[in-house]
Design a binder for this molecule. Structure first.
Ligand SMILES: C[S@@+](CC[C@H](N)C(=O)[O-])C[C@H]1O[C@@H](n2cnc3c(N)ncnc32)[C@H](O)[C@@H]1O
Length: 258
């Protein structure tokens, strides 16, 4: 995983800034019922998207949680008094505390912990509440560009945030599929030169900076035309899951056991 303590200061500018945050917030809010009263944004990062939730729905009481102190400080500046430092695997909230829980670009980082995090999100949701999460992040970046052709042969781990995996964990913890959306990663289309810089700072986890294999990919990217022309923006998927109320359609509000 990236060192988000170091990443915090440049995070917003390097991830599409307000434009990306607006698109993400709209897609996520579109899956959350208008009457929701309390929302928890797990792994809120700098709070850019979290604050937009609060701005868009004045009646919504928004809480952010993140593990990285620098992220918590930045988010707290945007949402004073509404951000806590917390590990998404052990959320410091009682069962059923929130009408909506979100994880925006967290699950792809987690590998073996995805089930534990979804279990916690399901636990702190009230029956009838909605969990909304981004899925398939890496696939969203593949827009069929010449950069993607070069990177297709790179080593990669199975996607921890694959929609099928996320759905299996969510249903295993008593949640039910409740909708999906797609949003454009506005401003996140990469040029070859930017992709080389990303490679060299460790964004591709199985291509560590400085290794010969990493430099082979960098050399191939350097051979592409239009080094500074960003390729099309990525398109990201969002999934929603609802926690049934007890007895609803024979369903149970209890969680599973993975
Ligand atoms: C890719 S950023 C996404 C930030 C934010 N949701 C956004 O969309 O701008 C991932 C965030 O997850 C946080 N994080 C990583 N592991 C975590 C964990 N176990 N519990 C809580 N936050 C975590 C990092 O500190 C970082 O802020």
């Amino acid at each position: 995983m990236l060192d988000y303590e170091k990443e915090a200061g440049r995070y917003d500018a390097s991830r599409g800034g307000e434009a990306r945050a607006e698109a993400a917030a709209q897609a996520v809010l579109g899956l959350i019922p208008g009457g929701a009263g309390r929302l928890l944004d797990v792994a809120c990062g700098t709070g850019l998207v979290t604050r937009l939730f609060a701005d868009a729905r004045p009646g919504l009481r928004v809480t952010g949680a993140d593990l990285t102190p620098a992220m918590v400080r930045m988010a707290s500046a945007r949402l004073p008094g509404a951000v806590v430092r917390a590990d998404s695997r052990r959320l410091p909230f009682p069962d059923g505390s929130f009408d909506a829980v979100t994880t925006i670009w967290l699950l792809h980082l987690l590998a073996d912990d995805v089930g534990a995090v979804i279990a916690e999100c399901a636990r702190v949701l009230r029956p009838g509440g909605v969990y909304v999460t981004t899925v398939d992040k890496a696939a969203g970046h593949d827009v069929g560009s010449d950069i993607d052709v070069v990177l297709a042969g790179r080593p990669r781990r199975p996607a921890a945030d694959a929609a099928g995996t996320v759905t299996a964990h969510a249903t295993g913890h008593g949640l039910r599929p409740a909708g999906h959306a797609v949003f454009r990663g506005a401003g996140q289309g990469r040029s070859p030169r930017e992709t080389i810089a990303d490679l060299r700072r460790g964004w591709f986890t199985l291509l560590p900076p400085g290794e010969p294999r990493t430099e082979e990919f960098a050399a191939r990217l350097a051979g592409l035309p239009d080094q500074d022309r960003p390729r099309p923006d990525p398109r990201f998927g969002v999934r929603a899951f609802r926690k049934p109320v007890a007895g609803e359609d024979g369903g149970s509000a209890a969680g599973g056991d993975d």
